[in-house]
Design a protein around this ligand. Structure first.
Ligand code: NI
Length: 264
């Protein structure tokens, strides 16, 4: 079985004692591609370092809405510099988070727009974080011309099918995470069932959002197997075919067609 984890943060200190083991377990589970996603300058640097030294791991660099208040000329220059590294396949995670509002909505919007423009300039896809801000995220994406980007990935999608449909209509990818396995995850199951197969991605968002039956423990990329198995069950399809299809989607979304053989 082959699998993809489109969103991990395994360069975080949570994995300092056993990172090699975690990567080994992911590979043993069939995970062929992991995207290590930055959320500020430091984590973006770490993502590049991790991807540079590990086959099958690629990086995304960017400033999360929580840290949007740190977005300035210097941050922009550094993210742009990092984004030009070979191992970097996307700008992210970027977006809006009105749930925690750790940066003001104005600061969030400014950093978000600037990073969409950066992605457009470098012809890179974007990985979108959205919480309690769907309408504003969608309108900024449309307004900033995100449809011209090589890919838009809606990370850990938690909206309903109507919201998903509006993303799919614009050619975006829907990435489903661990909450799809929770008993109260009505929307995620519906979206995972109805999403066209060629627009679907899987992720763990490790170390967060641990899927059942490991809920409560630290998350890790090998658990994307449980996410994928759950979606396969919902869709009544063989997990092997789902895993392979979603991996292909990830290669396409992140423009990895040319290096596919290496990643494999
Ligand atoms: Ni994340």
């Amino acid at each position: 079985m082959v699998l993809v984890d489109s969103h991990v943060h395994i360069s975080m200190k949570d994995y300092d004692t056993d990172r090699e083991e975690v990567i080994r377990r992911a590979r043993a589970a069939g995970v062929r591609l992991m995207v290590e996603v930055g959320y500020d300058l430091e984590s973006s640097e770490r993502a590049v370092g991790l991807a540079r030294t590990n086959e099958g791991i690629v990086a995304a660099v960017g400033v999360h809405p929580h840290d949007a208040k740190t977005w300035n000329r210097e941050a922009s220059d550094r993210i742009e510099e990092l984004a030009k590294e070979d191992s970097v396949v996307a700008i992210g995670e970027i977006g809006l988070d009105y749930y925690r509002n750790l940066s003001s909505p104005q600061e969030q919007a400014a950093a978000f727009r600037a990073q969409i423009d950066l992605a457009a300039r470098l012809n890179l896809p974007v990985i979108i974080h959205e919480r309690d801000a769907f309408e504003d995220v969608l309108s900024i994406l449309v307004d900033a011309g995100a449809e011209r980007l090589p890919g838009v990935v809606m990370h850990c999608f938690s909206g309903d099918w109507r919201a998903a449909r509006r993303c799919l209509d614009r050619g975006f990818y829907i990435s489903i995470a661990g909450p799809v396995t929770y008993k109260n995850s009505k929307f995620q199951e519906q979206v995972a069932r109805l999403c066209p197969l060629d627009r679907l991605l899987t992720e763990t968002d490790s170390p967060y959002l641990t899927p059942s039956p490991f809920r409560g423990k630290r998350n890790e990329p090998s658990y994307v197997k449980d996410v994928t198995e759950h979606i396969a069950r919902i869709r009544s399809m063989p997990v092997e075919i789902l895993g392979k299809t979603v991996l292909e989607n990830a290669y396409k979304a992140f423009g990895l067609d040319e290096v596919k053989d290496q990643v494999r």
